[in-house]
Write a protein that binds this ligand. Structure first.
Ligand code: MTE
Ligand code: HPA
Ligand code: MOS
Length: 809
């Protein structure tokens, strides 16, 4: 075994402290048990509906579906250069490979050669222009997956290309004025200034901070890669099993590619092995290609992408580059801010425009900005087309203001928490966002007060300073950062959902809704809502695969709205059935329908008690409709895209985290010693699932900001980090030894499903506290009031660069 190195960060006593599990889940099992006994099916830590299937290996993912006889396998031949023109293809050698059945090129696609979700600029197969290294150019269909992959790997020899120099970085794209969508501008002044006036206000402020920041992208790294299995059906129809967050969009794009109507395409998804935004739009390329091959060969075709190819073909979180200029007062209050954000959109638009919109609408995070001038540019580059990733631009917007506030505090010599507080949105005043939505549900003050207290922030601030005063090599850092995250799609019409609830004559219940399950527990929560409404045991309710032939015209399961939308739609369906059952019960047993009570699988009516099953049997005999649809549309939303203003969010979710790190200033290695989280999920539908989401998002966001680094070769444009060997995501070992995650006591001010709040994305912003704790430790290694130019991800190299900068004379 290696000898311990004196002073090494991993020798820190806390580095190997036992994992304090009891500290982690601050649930109240007593209260939950009492609620359950009283008939509640929401607000309790119901195990995930697939937990047993997951851990026993019997959950069916797309690749586990038994293959039909005659199934063929597809693999993609990828462009070997990042830019240029396709001059020709010598596909005979590819066709001659063992097992190859057919090779398809763009010319074979019967309908549109396009899988673009908003702008139609995403060819399924290369149409002559080479847009990035890894772009699919041809598709091989063979008897086995292995044979298809071996043949597709001949792309480099088979493709004749004329290479051009690629544009790879957002800086280069911006310098050339090369964007995938027009630039966006959000300029807002609480005192009627124009942009020149705002810039003058900044210049005239008592203090000014100017700078730039780079924040890297992030691979979704869903454990189950992209996959589609397309089965041709009679009369030109097709059935596609697809790992996707957006079955309806897959349906439309497959219909487009095949040149058929939507009613000829059925898309089904039982579950994904993670999506994290990576399957919101980008599952389409694979769904379309598998469907085209299946149609043209009249055989079932499966397309399961290898991990390296998944990295090379699909996009991920946008990296951002910012330039900022802010003016502030002696208390650190921002008087005016100007920021330019440039993202790396990749070769096509995909979701880059709504991602930038969300970034601009989250630059405020929890802070009131009286004067702002924001400009967002989606740089067009010869790289994979970047897309949704948990937070959808929100994290990229909010980290910029946190970097600025951290810098202001350091420049003034104040505690960063005090500066953050001084800028918080007020209540009743100082509460209008740059996009003109008034923040009415602000709980950030009490939430941060509680976390400051529970985490012992002030005492630990003193302890960290004392530690650093006597520790020349190891430096500790501490940070407490807030989160405010807007919930709803900012495209108004996406905020709708449908559901179907069937009650069978044996009293068992089947639910289908438009949302998709990616591990987040959506089906569990929706089943809880239905069980609660009908007063039955959770086990009675089964949720089936998302299927475009059951609920039509669904939105992506995204923007954290899955439960808000589909929970409400399922509740609507269940309520209609309950009302019919109550009417039937009252007609048979007396009393009024309004007084019929459903709980614990029993029904109380006209002074009698009968089993739920018995009433269902009676209702069937009375010819009562025992199934119903349900629908929901979020009220009160508006968005003016041109003026960048309106009421895009139904409500806000809040949270805060306090993190403490130790950094080895000689090696740049660091360790998260402790994290305390207080997160607002309103009145939780399922505390265990919610805490799981908060913990997962925290660690995932920490990976983004500290260790996950994407590197493209500077001249060829090859993504060098295209496998787990070179791209490091966090593991269980990276969890802090002390990880206290608690849910904030409160309820949604809006009439959301049981007054809960969305939880999927907002906690991804909590580990800002880790990044700023590292920056705090780096600052402690340099001269007072020097601003560490730490960039994200804060890898050991980035940390060492920042240390070198603050130690420079
Ligand atoms: N949790 C798991 N386990 N797997 C996932 O893929 N995706 C996240 C989040 N939590 C994800 C997850 C993202 S990006 C979103 S938008 C939400 O879940 C979507 O689901 P919801 O709206 O039902 O919360
Ligand atoms: N999140 C996810 N997907 C989206 C959004 C969003 O805010 N807006 C449009 N598509
Ligand atoms: Mo989540 S990034 O909205 O799929």
């Amino acid at each position: 075994m290696n000898k311990p190195v004196p002073g090494h960060v991993l020798n820190h006593p806390a580095a190997f402290a036992p994992y304090q599990d009891n500290q982690r889940l601050r649930l109240d099992p007593g209260a939950e048990a009492r609620a359950h006994q009283a008939g509640a099916r929401v607000g309790i830590s119901q195990a995930h509906e697939s937990a047993v299937l997951h851990v026993s290996g019997s959950a069916t993912y797309t690749d586990d579906i038994p293959e039909l006889a005659g199934t063929l396998h597809c693999a993609l031949g990828l462009a070997p250069v990042a830019a240029g023109r396709l001059l020709g293809m010598d596909l005979d050698t590819v066709r001659a490979m063992p097992g190859v059945v057919r090779v398809f090129t763009a010319a074979d696609i019967p309908g549109a050669n396009d899988w673009g979700s908003i702008v139609h600029d995403d060819p399924i197969l290369c149409d002559g222009e080479i847009r990035y290294l890894g772009q699919p150019v041809f598709a091989v269909v063979a008897r086995t997956r292995e044979q298809a992959r071996r043949a597709a790997a001949l792309a480099r020899q088979a493709l004749r290309v004329e290479a051009a120099p690629p544009v790879l970085t957002p800086r280069e794209a911006h310098a050339r004025g090369q964007y995938v969508v027009p630039p966006m501008h959000l300029v807002r002044s609480s005192s009627g200034l124009d942009e020149a006036g705002i810039r003058a206000r900044i210049a005239a402020a008592p203090h000014r901070l100017q700078g730039s920041l780079d924040v890297g992208g992030q691979e979704q790294f869903y454990l189950e890669g992209q996959i589609s299995y397309a089965i041709p059906k009679e009369g030109n129809a097709i059935h596609v099993h697809c790992s996707t967050q957006h079955p309806s969009e897959m349906q439309h794009l497959v219909a487009h590619a095949l040149g058929v109507h939507a009613h000829a395409v059925q898309v089904e998804c039982r579950r994904m092995g993670g999506g994290f935004g990576g399957k919101e739009s980008q599952s389409a390329l694979f769904a379309c290609m598998a469907s085209v091959a299946a149609r043209l060969l009249a055989r079932p075709v499966k397309l399961r992408v290898d991990r390296d190819d998944d990295f090379l073909i699909t996009g991920r979180r946008h990296c951002f580059w910012y330039e900022y200029d802010v003016g502030y007062d002696d208390a650190g209050r921002i008087l005016g801010a100007a920021v330019t954000m440039v993202s790396r959109a990749g070769h096509s638009a995909d979701l880059s425009a709504p991602v930038m919109t969300r970034a601009l609408c989250h630059f405020d995070n929890a802070y009131w900005l009286p004067e702002v001038a924001m400009h967002g540019f989606c740089g067009k580059t010869n790289t994979q087309s970047n897309t949704a990733f948990r937070g959808f631009g929100g994290p990229q917007g909010a980290i910029a203001i946190e970097y600025i506030l951290d810098g202001i505090a350091r420049a003034l010599g104040h505690d960063p928490l005090a500066v953050r507080r001084a800028n918080f949105y007020g209540r009743g005043e100082r509460n209008v966002t740059p996009y003109l939505q008034t923040v009415r549900d602000n709980v950030i003050h009490e939430l941060v007060d509680q976390l400051e207290e529970r985490s012992g922030y002030q005492a630990r601030r003193t302890a960290v300073a004392a530690f650093n005063a006597t520790s020349p090599v190891l430096k500790r850092g501490l940070a407490l950062t807030p989160v405010k995250f807007g919930i709803s799609f900012n495209v108004k019409h996406f905020n709708q959902a449908g559901a179907l609830v069937h009650v069978y004559t044996d009293g068992s219940i089947l639910v289908n809704h438009g949302g998709t399950e990616m591990g987040q527990g959506l089906n569990t929560k929706v089943a809880q809502v239905v069980a609660h409404e009908l007063g039955v045991a959770f086990e009675r309710v089964r949720v089936t695969a998302t299927d475009t032939s059951k609920v039509a015209n669904t939105s992506a399961t995204a923007a954290s709205t899955g439960t808000d939308l589909n929970g409400k739609a399922a509740q609507d369906a269940a309520r209609q059935i309950r009302a019919r059952l109550a009417a039937c019960a009252a007609a048979r047993h007396g009393g009024s329908a309004e007084d019929v009570r459903f709980a614990n699988d029993q029904v109380w009516v006209g002074g009698r008690q009968l089993a739920f099953d018995a009433l269902v049997g009676e209702a069937y005999l009375d010819r009562v409709q025992l199934w119903s649809d349900g629908f929901y549309a979020t009220p009160g939303l508006s968005w003016d895209k041109e003026r960048m203003q309106g009421h895009p969010f139904y409500y806000f979710a809040y949270g805060a985290a306090c993190s403490e790190v130790v950094v080895d200033t000689l090696t740049g290695e660091w360790k998260l010693l402790r994290a305390d989280v207080l997160h607002d999920v309103g009145r939780s539908l399922n505390p265990a699932v919610d805490i799981g989401q908060v913990e997962g998002a925290f660690i995932q966001g920490m990976g983004w900001l500290t260790m996950e680094e994407l590197v493209w070769h500077p001249t060829s444009g090859l993504l060098l980090t295209h496998a787990p060997s070179t791209y490091k995501i966090p593991t269980a070992n990276d969890c802090p030894p002390e990880f206290n995650v608690q849910l904030f006591e409160g309820e949604n001010a809006e009439d959301s499903i049981h007054r809960s709040k969305a939880v999927g994305e907002p906690p991804l912003l909590l580990p800002f506290s880790v990044f700023f704790a590292i920056r705090d430790a780096v600052a402690a290694a340099g001269a007072r009031r020097k601003l560490p130019p730490l960039q994200a991800p804060a890898t050991s190299e980035a940390i060492l660069r920042a240390i070198t900068a603050v130690q420079a004379p």
